[in-house]
Design a protein around this ligand. Structure first.
Ligand SMILES: NCc1[nH]cc(CCC(=O)O)c1CC(=O)O
Length: 307
């Protein structure tokens, strides 16, 4: 077997995820040689605009996909949260790895909880999903633009530009900065993004050798959850740039799915849920989306598209 080449972005988190996949591959196949092919994505280059405004889905994955299609790499490692709902011809998702903590983390140098923040405090996030849920709980807060990789965001917090920031707990834990987490927002406070905390691996659909090598890295519990969450997002046409949240949990073979669409100002949050056998997650995810649409989700989402 030749060398397996992993396409990855150069951010610390992307590199951690690629190294993780390399380590797992080498663990299961000790004779295999694995190398990283590092590249910069559009989402990494343009840091001064909200993701929603630089437009297009898949800002973080297009370059990686092109390298797969051109045969410069064999697998691409992604945060499932950033993976678009559909794949280019010839590519597909082969593997979903075990999920890390899926919650959003409250990070601050002065306050222990969201509730402790003083009136009018400044909270950093550029996610409309986080913004709408935070404003629902605390309409007095000022939400201020914050983008960049995890280290950049923490540096801006430490500069005193924000009273607190919200980041995915998974990123902090993976980068060995769990000590920055004051607490995790509960799913009642802030429902996570579809796929948050899970790493996915994309390959050329016809590459049977690679597919087989990746099999032991797959986690079916995570996959059943994440595919249901993504099915809801897909039905609503949403990526991680829109105020949509979806989270599911397994209890035995029963999958519980919750979805949310919010008005960015937090004055209107629509919620829906269902449960099903774990093998029916994608259908049930679509049902949650349809319940949200019946409640008026399309009005919120259309308004955002025409802004
Ligand atoms: N949108 C950027 C992004 N994509 C994945 C993660 C975190 C790790 C994960 O969800 O797996 C982050 C950073 C963040 O939201 O704080």
């Amino acid at each position: 077997m030749k060398t397996v080449r992993i396409a990855t972005r150069k951010s610390a988190l992307a590199l951690w995820q690629a190294e993780y996949v390399r380590e797992r591959l080498e663990h299961f196949h000790p004779k295999l040689s694995v190398e990283l092919v590092k590249m910069t994505s559009k989402g990494d280059r343009i840091l001064d605009a909200p993701l929603a405004k630089i437009g297009g889905k898949g800002l973080f994955v297009k370059e990686l996909e092109n390298s797969l299609l051109a045969g410069r790499a064999d697998i691409a490692v992604h945060s499932m949260k950033d993976v678009p709902m559909s794949f280019p011809d010839g590519l597909g998702l082969a593997t979903i790895c075990p999920r890390e903590n899926p919650l959003d983390a409250f990070v601050s140098n002065h306050y222990n909880h969201l509730e402790e923040l003083p009136e009018g405090a400044v909270v950093g996030t550029s996610s409309l999903r986080r913004q709408c849920q935070l404003l629902k709980l605390r309409p007095d807060l000022t939400i201020r633009f914050l983008r960049g990789n995890v280290n950049t965001r923490l540096a801006k917090l430490d500069n005193g530009e924000y009273d607190a920031i919200i980041l995915a707990a998974a990123g902090l834990i993976r980068l060995d900065m769990a000590d920055r987490i004051r607490n995790c927002l509960t799913t009642e406070q802030c429902l996570p993004a579809a796929g948050q905390g899970a790493v996915g691996i994309e390959i050329r659909s016809d590459d049977k050798t690679i597919r087989q090598l990746l099999e032991p890295l797959h986690d079916q519990d995570t996959a059943d959850r994440v595919l249901a969450e993504r099915a809801m997002n897909r039905r609503l046409n949403g990526g991680c740039q829109v105020p949509i949240a979806c989270y599911s949990e397994l209890q035995g073979d029963e999958l519980f799915i919750r979805g949310l669409v919010g008005q960015p100002d937090g004055r209107l949050l629509l919620e829906a849920q269902t449960h099903c056998h774990r093998s029916e997650g994608e259908t049930a995810g679509i049902q949650v989306a349809e319940k949200l649409l019946q409640k008026g989700a399309d009005r919120i989402l259309n308004e955002l598209m025409h802004e």
